[in-house]
Design a protein. Structure first.
Length: 150
């Protein structure tokens, strides 16, 4: 008579595998028993209150605000629609190189330093002149344009 080919270790592994399968089957049945399937839509719905928080109570209909749909802007407004205030700033020329065609103006109110180029000048300027100017966004920051002597 031949001896069985299964060793003690193989038998133990098979027992563990069957035990895991049984545990998995029990967990699956427990999940099915406790599942929320068949629960109505009313139990699953969530509302947003006036502060933006999720809540399970519906909002008060008296607190509704009517919004004009045409007043909602989606995207960035066109440049001509934007109203930018153009204010003339007063400053002092701290440095200006006529050969290179650029310099810097210090604003007297904010003490900020702005770049100025010859193309942005209305009058000729030199160092320590008091000037009025407008600001324009450039590649590396704000630039002084329409620079006039005071």
């Amino acid at each position: 008579m031949a001896k069985s080919q299964q060793t003690f270790n193989k038998i133990e592994k098979e027992k563990k595998r069957l035990k895991k399968r049984e545990e998995k089957k029990k967990k699956k049945e427990a999940r099915k028993a406790n599942s929320n399937k068949g629960v109505g839509f009313d139990n699953m719905i969530a509302y947003v209150d006036k502060y933006g928080n999720l809540t399970d109570t519906p909002p008060n209909p008296d607190d509704k605000i009517e919004v004009d749909v045409d007043s909602i802007e989606i995207g960035i407004p066109k440049k001509e629609d934007r109203h930018e205030e153009i204010t003339e700033n007063i400053g002092k020329v701290s440095f200006f190189d006529t050969s290179k065609g650029f310099g810097f103006i210090i604003d007297t109110q904010t003490q900020d330093k702005y770049f100025v180029h010859v193309s942005g000048l209305i009058d000729e300027i030199k160092e320590n002149d008091k000037v009025t100017f407008e600001l324009e966004r450039g590649l590396k920051g704000m630039n002084a344009v329409k620079v006039k002597k005071v």
